[in-house]
Write a protein that binds this ligand. Structure first.
Ligand SMILES: [Zn+2]
Length: 143
């Protein structure tokens, strides 16, 4: 199995974390969300701009047809294009890198954990109740 470059993993996880955090804070500011859970649910609804075939080709070429984290050679069955800052509506080649499934998952998991940590450490300032009861969040969404 291709060896993970821990430094690069950290680098891309941080870039994703910073992108997520910026969008998260903007949404909290506008009172669009009330918890990290609602943030991720809102992110699911974002208008995704799909990666075109030519963008995919460019991204693969730029990175020598390898996963940027573990250098695993391109494999059509184990290959994903990652949005570096996590913004799936910002589909431009400089915001994209090729990854294998395993590395993509690791980056996402690491970045999500960082975001959760950060929000929990903020301790209820903004959002007011990051770990509050789900009923309250649901009510807020309905009206
Ligand atoms: Zn990989």
């Amino acid at each position: 199995m291709a060896k993970i470059n821990e430094k690069k993993l950290e680098l891309y996880a941080n870039k994703l974390y910073r992108g997520d955090l910026a969008r998260y804070e903007k949404k909290v500011e506008r009172d669009d969300i009330f918890s990290i859970g609602s943030f991720f649910r809102e992110e699911e609804k974002i208008r995704r701009v799909p990666v075109s075939k030519s963008q995919e080709k460019t991204v693969l070429n730029t990175h020598k047809n390898k996963c940027v984290i573990c250098s695993k050679p391109y494999d059509k069955d184990d290959f994903e294009i990652h949005h570096i800052n996590g913004n799936q509506s910002k589909t431009v080649t400089k915001n994209l890198v090729p990854l294998c499934h395993r590395c993509h998952k690791k980056i996402t998991t690491t970045a999500n954990a960082k975001l959760r940590d950060h929000i929990v450490k903020q301790g209820g300032k903004k959002p007011r109740s990051p770990l509050g009861p789900p009923e309250i969040k649901l009510l807020k969404f309905k009206f």
